[in-house]
Design a protein around this ligand. Structure first.
Ligand SMILES: [Zn+2]
Length: 118
């Protein structure tokens, strides 16, 4: 599948975004945060991601090596996306595919990623 444009949001709608994603390329990770949040991640280059939110609507959460800047909604607490980088340094957005409009998360076939060992 090629890139397609999707819209998504946190639960309360304070954070809305549009993003170009290939949903054939998702991952499910077993690291300490992904397993608790139940994230199914799809990655986009930052210029393919457009956030529509009031200033201060997001709260950042950093842990471990602080390589990934987890963003969650100050109102409803949902983590709809986070910021990080590919191994070569290219900045990326990791979108929570469960937050996309009109996408059935159970239809996705995420690749398991052993983040707990990395
Ligand atoms: Zn919210």
């Amino acid at each position: 599948m090629a890139l397609q444009n999707y819209a998504g949001a946190c639960h309360c709608g304070a954070l809305r975004f549009t993003v170009d994603l290939d949903l054939d390329q998702t991952i499910s990770c077993n690291c300490s945060i992904c397993r608790k949040r139940g994230l199914i991640l799809a990655f986009a280059k930052v210029d393919r991601f457009h956030l529509n939110a009031a200033q201060g609507a997001t709260q950042e959460y950093l842990f471990n090596k602080r390589a990934i800047r987890h963003q969650f909604c100050r109102v409803c607490g949902v983590e709809a996306f986070s910021f990080g980088a590919m191994p070569d340094g290219t900045p990326m957005v990791a979108v929570n595919a469960r937050c996309l409009d009109n996408v059935d998360p159970t239809a996705l076939k995420p690749t398991l990623y052993d983040g707990a060992s990395h």
